[in-house]
Ligand binder design. Structure first.
Ligand code: GTP
Ligand code: MG
Length: 193
């Protein structure tokens, strides 16, 4: 995919703030600090369009990025961050249910998981939620660069075996650090645009 333009549009909390251009949207979900923002940056060849951090739980709003005046990447706040109050967590859940549950232009969800670890309960629930909504799901098993070549296949098996089976799910090993399988990720996304 050739990137001609990529710009931050809005941090949205309420549906009234979602853009009304009608362009298709690809949402990025996953555990806090797993590498959602890094994934977007790598795909669009920008180091820092999307803010990344070593401080988890930073993204608290739905952040819209317009790519090639054609579609949006929607960076969704991560889950599973312990230092979040009950109240904040409830607000987060409400926002996600609203967004995922009734967002017409949402064409597919990219779920980022850590290839080094067994997907968490939250990851599994997320797959179930997406499957319940009948949305296409691209699972990106990221941080592949942190696994030695000999152990990658086993790690990918673990991801596949732990996540609930879903017929609209594709799993792609990936690294934002090295850009490995960037083309595969783009091809999977382009299919839904
Ligand atoms: P929140 O927005 O806080 O939920 O985090 P996030 O999911 O957007 O994660 P982010 O992209 O900010 O990355 C978190 C940390 O992981 C950063 O220090 C990144 O540099 C690092 N990281 C992300 N992807 C990779 C990867 O593929 N390989 C390696 N080695 N590090 C990565
Ligand atoms: Mg982020």
């Amino acid at each position: 995919m050739k990137i001609n333009s990529a710009e931050f549009i809005i941090s949205a909390v309420r549906p009234e703030q979602y853009p009304n251009t009608g362009y298709p949207e690809i949402a990025l979900a996953g555990r806090s600090n797993v590498g959602k923002s890094s994934f977007i940056n790598r795909l669009i060849n920008r180091k820092n369009l999307v803010r990344t951090s070593s401080r988890p739980g930073k993204t608290q709003t739905l952040n819209y990025y317009l790519i090639n005046d054609q579609f949006y990447f929607v960076d969704v706040p991560g889950y599973g961050y312990a230092q979040v109050s009950k109240q904040e967590r409830a607000k987060w859940g409400e926002m996600l249910e609203t967004y995922f549950g009734m967002r017409e232009p949402l064409e597919a969800v990219v779920l980022i998981v850590d290839s080094r670890h067994k997907p968490t309960e939250d990851d599994q629930q997320m797959v179930e939620f997406i499957a319940y909504l009948n949305l296409p799901l691209i699972v990106i098993a990221t941080k592949l660069d942190k696994i030695s070549k000999g152990k990658r296949q086993k790690a990918m098996q673990q991801v596949e075996n732990t996540l609930p089976a879903y017929d609209q799910m594709t799993i792609i090993p990936f690294s934002a650090e090295t850009g490995e399988n960037k083309d595969k990720a783009w091809n999977a996304i382009k299919y839904y645009l």
